[in-house]
Design a binder for this molecule. Sequence first.
Ligand SMILES: Cc1ncc(COP(=O)(O)O)c(C=O)c1O
Length: 403
Amino acid sequence: MQTKQISFNVAERVSKLTYAIREFVPLAKKLEREGRKIIYLNIGDPLKYDFQVPKRLINALTKASEEGYNYYSLSEGIPELREAIAEKEKGVNGVDIEAEDVIITHGVSEAINFVIASLIQKGNEALIPNPTYPLYMNYVEYYDGKPVYYDCKEEKGWQPDLDDLKKKISEKTKFILIINPNNPTGALYDEKTIKEVLEIAAENNLPVISDEIYDRLVLDGKFKSTASLTNEVPVIGLNGFSKTFLMTGWRLGYIYVRDPQNTIKEELMKAFVSLSRNRLCASTPIQKAAVAGLKGPQNHIKEMVNKLKERRNYVYERINEIEGLSSTEPKAAFYIFPKIDKIKKWGSDKEFVKQLLLEKNVLVVHGSGFGSKGNNHFRAVFLPPIEILKEGLDKIEEFLKSP
Ligand SMILES: Cc1ncc(COP(=O)(O)O)c(C=O)c1O
């Protein structure tokens, strides 16, 4: 029988999506199938190394399921989790919100979708840091908006360039995004910088989106939550359980809106509820486990931070000793973002990453995948134990030395 020709094109909004962090994973897997051992330094998943979800959360998840919490929950999330999150944000970050200001999502990834779907339509602009976490640029484009990038300055530890931010605001701007602590740079923004961003937002009547998924993974300095620093600007806070509760595969995050002057909250919360109904709910037993996570002892966070500090110190020192690489010191999260000096040798950071994988079996992420300010850089995680980091960095050093 002759097969029928079907006219089919994947919609452009989907075909143009890219996600640098996973781009070379299929090649790495192919090499693995051919018998090579690959050192993965690409993905920000602590569970791929020697970190584990705390046992008490596994017990809470099992218990929730055994006790019958296996049904669809309310779309906006179970009340006790929204309550526990409001308490956490108040107690840990000084953000004055109530349970009804919180929406539970499938990870911060879904939260990013909800927020951008609600704020951006055709022709609108979004002010996004450069470099950035890729989902922000993807979703703005997906909803026919235009990402407008403001620079972060490497020589200032990747803090936002406020003059550039001001210059980039136009009548079409719908929000300012900050990612603090930052992926991919590991920067932690100081209070003064955040307040200045808030002032710019206030002058221009714009809300600020603040991605704080690494809020408790601070290695040096003090984290300040954006929403705790203003009584004027509406702040849409994004946070989740993947990193600080080591639940990457469980997929749980949240959005809150703090809007002391009540300018946009009501409309925005309605939008988030309707989007959340469109996908029914986040996983119910996992929401139950997250309540236990927030309410019980938090010592796993301190243990994690201590391990990360040791690994950060090693990687930071080592990278700056390697000829041809230099890096600012990451102050939070688990990423380092080194600059490659003689990029001409490979042509681009993307080619550098590909050749490093093919020749030395080490996978990192090309910096340009996080925006143009990432050109000539790569991102590596310092999540693995020091022996693995050493092996990876030895290979990177050999690669840089090779003629
Ligand atoms: C800055 C930032 N935001 C959001 C996410 C998405 O996290 P998840 O969907 O696992 O909550 C990540 C993941 O690495 C991230 O680094």
